[in-house]
Design a binder for this molecule. Structure first.
Ligand code: SF4
Length: 361
C-alpha cells in the first residue's frame, strides 16, 4: 500500500462525524475552515452551526450588519477573521454575482483566504489537486519523513509543500486532504502520538530513530505582554456608556465600557488620581458601587487582567467631552452588542446584580 492508501484507509475507519465533511457547498466549507483556523473543533462546532443558520448564504452574510456578524463571532477570538469574511462575502456578491469562485487562484485572491484555506476549499468543494499544509500536516510530514526546519522556516515550508504535492491523491484530493488533517489532529498529535498502533509505524523516521518528541523542532516562545484593563461601568439612570473599539489592537469592532489601561497593576488611589479618570469625570465626586476581582484573559501573545468598576455619577451631572464619544445604551439592551469574552463573562456572571445595581431602581 502506498502513503495515500494507508492514510485514506485509516481515515475511513477513524474520521469524526463533522457537518462540514458532508457538504460540497464552498461557502459552508469556507466558514468551517475560517472558524477552525484558531479554534478547536469542539469549541468551533456550535459557532459553525449558529453562523450558517443565521447567514445561510453568501448573500445573507454580505448584506448583514457588521454588529450582527461580530455578535455571531463573540467569544471565538481573532475577530479579523469575521471582518474579513464579511468583506469577502460582499466582494463575492460584487465580482462573482454571489457564486463562490471555483478556480484556485480566484479563491486565493480573496481577502482573508491564504494558501491553506484556498487548498482546503478548492479540494473539498471542487476536487482540485492542491495539498493542505498546516501545522498539523507539517508535524506529520516532519515525523514520518524526518524533515527538520533547522535550515529555516521558508526552506522547510517549501519542502512540506512539495511533499504534499507529491503525496496527494490526484483523483481524490479532497478526501486525502481531510484525511491528513484528521490524522494530525487526532492520531499523530503534538504530545501523545499513538505510535503503538499507527499505519505508518513501519515507515516513520521519528519512530524508528526514537526521536518523535523532537519533531517538529521547537519554536522560540515569545514572552506575553501583560496589560491591565480597568473598565468603568457608569450608571446613568437605566443606561451606561459603551463604544466600539477601533485602531490596530485586540478586539477591534467589539464594544466596551470606558477604559483605563495600564502596563502595571494600579491601586484604587492611583486610578482615582489618574489622568484617564480625570478625563472621564473631571472633579465630579463619583460613587463607587463595586470593584470586581481581576479576571485573567489569555490571548496568544498577551495576558489581559481586567477589573470592572461599577460607578454612579450624581444625577444632573454635565457629561464631559470624553464620555460624549460613547453611546448611551440601556442595560437591558447591552447583550445585543458584540463584546469581548472578558466583558461577556462579567455580564453573565454578574447578570442579576449587574442589572439590578444599574437599573436605577
Ligand atoms: S508512528 Fe507515531 S510519530 Fe510516526 S506517524 Fe505514527 S503516530 Fe506519528
Amino acid at each position: 500500500m502506498n502513503f495515500s492508501e494507508k492514510l485514506i484507509g485509516w481515515f475511513e475507519k477513524n474520521k469524526r462525524d463533522l457537518p462540514w465533511r458532508k457538504t460540497k457547498n464552498p461557502y459552508f466549507i469556507w466558514v468551517s475552515e475560517i472558524i477552525l483556523q484558531q479554534t478547536r473543533v469542539e469549541q468551533g462546532l456550535p459557532y459553525y452551526k449558529r453562523f450558517i443558520k443565521k447567514f445561510p448564504t453568501i448573500k445573507d452574510l454580505a448584506t448583514a450588519r457588521e454588529d450582527d456578524v461580530m455578535k455571531q463571532w463573540q467569544g471565538l477570538g481573532y475577530y479579523s477573521r469575521a471582518r474579513n469574511m464579511h468583506c469577502t462575502a460582499k466582494e463575492i456578491c460584487k465580482s462573482y454575482k454571489g457564486k463562490f469562485p471555483e478556480k484556485f487562484e480566484e479563491i486565493l485572491s480573496l481577502k482573508g483566504i491564504g494558501k491553506y484555506t484556498a487548498s482546503a476549499i478548492s479540494s473539498f468543494a471542487f476536487n482540485l489537486p492542491f495539498p493542505v499544509v498546516d501545522g498539523n500536516v507539517q508535524r506529520v510530514f516532519a515525523r514520518i519523513f524526518g524533515i527538520s526546519d533547522s535550515s529555516g522556516f521558508a526552506v522547510a515550508e517549501k519542502k512540506f509543500y512539495s511533499l504534499g504535492h507529491k503525496l496527494l491523491d490526484k483523483t481524490n484530493p479532497g478526501t486525502f486532504n481531510q484525511a491528513i488533517m484528521e490524522f494530525g489532529a487526532i492520531h499523530c498529535t503534538p504530545l501523545l502520538p499513538k505510535c503503538n498502533h499507527c499505519v505508518f509505524s513501519g515507515d516513520c523516521f521519528a519512530l524508528k530513530t526514537n526521536r518523535v518528541k523532537e519533531f517538529p523542532s521547537k519554536k522560540i516562545k515569545v514572552k506575553p505582554r501583560t496589560r491591565f484593563f480597568y473598565y468603568l461601568i457608569i450608571k446613568a439612570g437605566d443606561s451606561t456608556f459603551i463604544k466600539k473599539r477601533k485602531g490596530n489592537d485586540i478586539w477591534i469592532d467589539l464594544y466596551e465600557f470606558p477604559l483605563i489601561e495600564s502596563a502595571k497593576a494600579l491601586s484604587k488611589n492611583e486610578i482615582l488620581h489618574s489622568a484617564q479618570w480625570k478625563n472621564f469625570f473631571g472633579n465630579i465626586s463619583v460613587k463607587i458601587i463595586s470593584i470586581s476581582k481581576y479576571q485573567k484573559h489569555i490571548l496568544s501573545h498577551q495576558l489581559i487582567n481586567g477589573q470592572f468598576w461599577e460607578v454612579e455619577m450624581p444625577s444632573g451631572t454635565k457629561i464631559k467631552q470624553a464620555l460624549k464619544t460613547f453611546q448611551l445604551v440601556k442595560f437591558t439592551n447591552l447583550n445585543k452588542f458584540p463584546v469581548s469574552r472578558m466583558i461577556e463573562k462579567y455580564m453573565v456572571e454578574n447578570g442579576e446584580g449587574f442589572t439590578k445595581n444599574n437599573r436605577g431602581k
